[in-house]
Design a protein around this ligand. Structure first.
Ligand code: 9B3
Ligand code: ZN
Ligand code: ZN
Ligand code: ZN
Ligand code: ZN
Ligand code: ZN
Length: 305
């Protein structure tokens, strides 16, 4: 059976996506939103009671940055927890009856494979850059949101290379196309990163406050308070620019400016002791506490449609 308390390679995650969706046809459907640069299919799981009509939706992705392995583990955990607690957990049952969760378990598949085969600390995509042997673009600098104006590099050898243009990466284009196509039903966007224990929201590309700043802040404060109830893990929430660093081209800022009001970036455990190399022993507690924050936000969205 699938082991949710260890880090799984992409082949295992891909097989899991196929098996869990076929095993739960009334709660999960699977589609490919496009391929990666190296030709791997980007599988999107739609988690929610099948009703035949479009429901308001939350979009959640994991694995933007290849080395942030705890995030891939969280998306797997979320899908399993959703189907396992449907019918028993009143909150989850209500969410899945009335909403859909679009879950992209691995955004940057090529990069993730590379962390398994070659370089555990790889961050970017694996696309070829012209005029240099340096590989890859930082996908979280590649979106059309103040693109490449701050906190990003135009040097292809940099780990924060913004790319040759917004959505230059096929992975970014695939995600942006899906969200653009479905923006009328997508009410929230959550992109899961590690590490630092932060819950960030727009803007990162400028210091100016978002129009919905006070609401985004209060919801984030409720979410991190819920997270903290389980193991006492302390998170900080706030706009990206002042809470982590100013940086442009992020998917959260882009989704917000597109009109997805509840747009958040999670930075999961830890605060630097292990960093990206979070031990497998912390997968369960990290995922269980993060479930509380994700459910808090989703419930808030549902109650404020
Ligand atoms: N809009 C954003 N939101 C969050 C972050 C922080 C993550 C942390 Se891994 C990153 O550097 O890509 C960066 C940006 Cl550009
Ligand atoms: Zn298995
Ligand atoms: Zn509950
Ligand atoms: Zn990241
Ligand atoms: Zn990070
Ligand atoms: Zn649980």
């Amino acid at each position: 059976a699938h082991d949710y308390t260890k880090y799984n390679n992409w082949a295992t995650i891909n097989d899991w996506a196929i098996s869990i969706s076929s095993a739960n046809p009334s709660l999960i459907s699977r589609q490919v939103i496009g391929n990666t640069y190296e030709g791997r299919p980007m599988h999107l799981l739609t988690v929610g009671k099948k009703t035949g009509s479009a429901k308001p939706a939350v979009f959640m992705d994991c694995g933007f940055h290849a080395r942030e392995w705890i995030t891939h583990a969280f998306c797997q955990w979320f899908v399993n927890e959703a189907v396992s607690t449907y019918g028993s957990d009143p909150e989850m049952t209500n969410l899945l009856d009335r909403m859909d969760f679009f879950v992209l378990p691995v955004f940057n598949i090529d990069g993730y494979e590379y962390t398994w085969s070659s370089n555990r600390m790889w961050r970017k995509t694996r696309s070829k850059n012209s005029g240099t042997s340096c590989i890859g673009t930082d996908p979280n600098r590649n979106f059309n949101a103040g693109w490449c104006t701050t906190g990003a590099s135009s040097n292809p050898c940099s780990d924060t290379y913004c790319g040759s243009s917004p959505e230059s990466e096929i992975e970014s284009k695939n995600l942006a196309n899906f969200i653009r196509t479905n923006k009328s039903i997508i009410k929230a966007y959550m992109t899961v990163h590690s590490y630092s224990q932060l819950l960030l929201f727009p803007y990162s590309y400028k210091y100016g406050l978002a129009a919905d700043h006070s609401e985004l802040l209060s919801v984030s404060q409720g979410a991190i308070a819920a997270l903290r109830t389980l193991y006492g893990t302390k998170y900080t929430s706030g706009p990206g620019a002042t809470t982590i660093y100013p940086a442009a081209g992020g998917s959260d800022d882009w989704a917000y400016d597109l009109g997805v009001k509840y747009s958040y970036t999670f930075e999961l455990r830890d605060e630097g002791r292990y960093g990206f190399l979070l031990p497998e022993s912390q997968i369960k507690p990290t995922c269980e506490e993060t479930m509380l924050a994700v459910k808090y936000i989703a419930s808030y969205v549902l109650n404020n449609l």
